[in-house]
Design a protein around this ligand. Structure first.
Ligand code: ZN
Ligand code: FE
Length: 257
């Protein structure tokens, strides 16, 4: 499976999955259709699936136009998103499986950013290959989604599921927010050498106009404060020894940053 990262809107990424054996394609969170249609044209490949993580327009905005061109494409989304995702046909829950080409994706129910948000985790097909996580607006590099419809408890629960996945997982976040996130992270976790190093890498990438996505889950576990609610240094920073409260206070500080 080859994954194409297509920039869209001001800071979104759309991910086009291509299976070269069957010559079919699927798309994750099409913010708009035009760049997807162009890439499909280049590949001369039909679209067979749309995988949506949640109902926000910058993730489903291209659904209808893509369906007009490829009416046979199957639209997947979370069960709780019923009537919020255009064209949705499959209503997924925690533990469900989705297939694309030779890969089988596992559905994680990850409410918090929205009450219905799901993520798709494709484990590696061989032990020396990475897995791939499409997590929408739940986990960002150096950050996490705002809590629009969920509670800190829910989000910690959701991020715990992601944190339990192998380090050797490519994380395909839906927004290029990394540099801004890391600027905040350095204010709360200043002495973290991995974080300092990640910031330097990201700054160089962004100065050259390059993407910071995908990121590695192993890197996020070491650098992203929104996966580190049980770190004693961060707990001291926010003056709490409760993991959920630590997360909630960090999220509140980031909202004001
Ligand atoms: Zn969103
Ligand atoms: Fe978004």
């Amino acid at each position: 499976m080859h994954i194409y990262r297509l920039p869209a809107l001001s800071d979104n990424y759309i991910f086009l999955l291509h299976d070269p054996v069957a010559n079919t394609a699927a798309v994750v969170d099409p913010a708009n259709a035009d760049c997807v249609l162009r890439q499909l044209e280049t590949l001369k490949s039909p679209l067979v699936a749309i995988f949506n993580t949640h109902h926000h327009n910058d993730h489903v905005g291209g659904n209808n136009k893509l369906l007009a061109q490829f009416p046979e494409a199957v639209v997947y989304g979370g069960a709780e998103d019923r009537e919020r995702i255009p064209g949705q046909q499959v209503f997924l829950q925690e533990g469900d499986r989705v297939e694309f080409g030779a890969r089988v994706g596992q559905v994680l129910f990850v409410p918090g950013h929205t009450r219905a948000h799901i993520a798709y985790y494709f484990p590696p097909t061989q032990s020396d290959r990475p897995g791939d996580l499409f997590c929408g607006d739940t986990l960002f590099s150096g950050g996490c989604g705002r809590l629009f419809e969920g509670t800190p408890t829910q989000m910690v629960d959701s991020l715990s599921k992601i944190r339990a996945l192998p380090d050797n997982t490519r994380v395909w976040c839906a927004h290029e927010y990394t540099q801004k996130n890391l600027e905040f992270d350095l204010t709360v976790d200043r002495d973290n050498l991995d974080l300092q190093q990640r910031y330097q890498e990201v700054k160089q990438l962004r100065d050259r106009g390059e993407a910071t996505i995908p990121t590695w889950l192993g890197v996020e576990k070491r650098t992203n404060p929104f996966l580190r609610w049980d770190d004693s240094g961060l707990q001291q920073t926010v003056k709490s020894n409760n993991p959920v409260q630590t997360f909630a206070r960090l999220r509140g500080m980031k909202d004001q940053f």
